[in-house]
Write a protein that binds this ligand. Sequence first.
Ligand code: AMP
Ligand code: MG
Length: 343
Amino acid sequence: MSEFNKQTKLLSTTKEDIQTAAKIIKNGGLVCLPTETVYGLGANALNGEAVLNIFKAKGRANDNPLIVHIAKFDDIKPLVKSVSEKAKILAQKFWPGPLTMIFEKSSLIPDEVTCKMDTVAIRMPSHKVARAIIEESGLPIAAPSANISGGVSPVTAEHCYADLKGRVDAVVDGGECEVGLESTVILMVGDKPRLLRPGFVTAEQISEQIGEIIIDDAILNPLKKGQQVLSPGMKYKHYSPSAKVIIIDADDEKYYSYVNQSQGEDVFALCYDEDVEHINKKCLTLGKHFDNESAANRLFYNLHQFDLMGAKVVFARLPKTDGVGLAVVNRLLRSAGFEVIKL
Ligand code: AMP
Ligand code: MG
């Protein structure tokens, strides 16, 4: 018999259901919960066995560490060795919110969370349901994105349920995630802070607060053979829908003519609102022309939609990399397996 035969409860965001979700966490179970970034697959971060079940449910590689979620600043103290002045400034400015910081870990954090690394990633989400579940459980919650590894991150409860039904104890439905992309990850250990994963909190906003930061090379480039990675998540296939995504780096006219002359019923376009009238294929849009915040919000949602619509090939426009665009392009490149056609 499959080990994935749990009765997955569907919970709402009533007080009673939040108490039920918190109880499951306290008892070592798994709960999919809404956050402002994407849905998380949460377990008690202080219980190694519960955390191990996250890896099993997702099919996650056992060297890809998890982010620990807290509800208030003081919760961080027992989890890390120290919090630098720069980290305090960032926490003050961006917490609660979509920023994850990496610190040297304390002995309270089990090896299962960090995959035996001596650092731990911590975030304080702003979503009121995520915060209520953390507070009600009285525990830090380890939570990666609530999807089978390799697929597109979930931004609705339906996305979680479709992927993880039978594998988790409950899914809490808090509606669609506001940001729609995972958090910004920054390493706060070492000489200079280093951006490991771009997100809604941008490199520019961080630099404004704490000065120069290093932008990790792996953000926009595929790894070279044998290259060491500081964030293990960067080396894995990621965010892939069933459809084949191909990025087109071109001006308006060249993009339209390339997409219009391509053959096939199941060819779709991922473009901007203003492009739709020029394209003879079915389109989903990232919002107004090169609006990065709206693109961040629509990207994963639309990748899920393409699969529901039976798309085989998706020709995506390449967004700009300023501000939140860096996060959008980082995810889109991985969805496309770095396949970019430059016209
Ligand atoms: P996800 O849980 O899917 O949002 O992925 C979490 C990301 O944070 C992955 O890319 C991890 O590799 C990264 N991460 C978590 N903990 C650490 C850590 N201690 N050091 C470096 N990267 C980390
Ligand atoms: Mg993920």
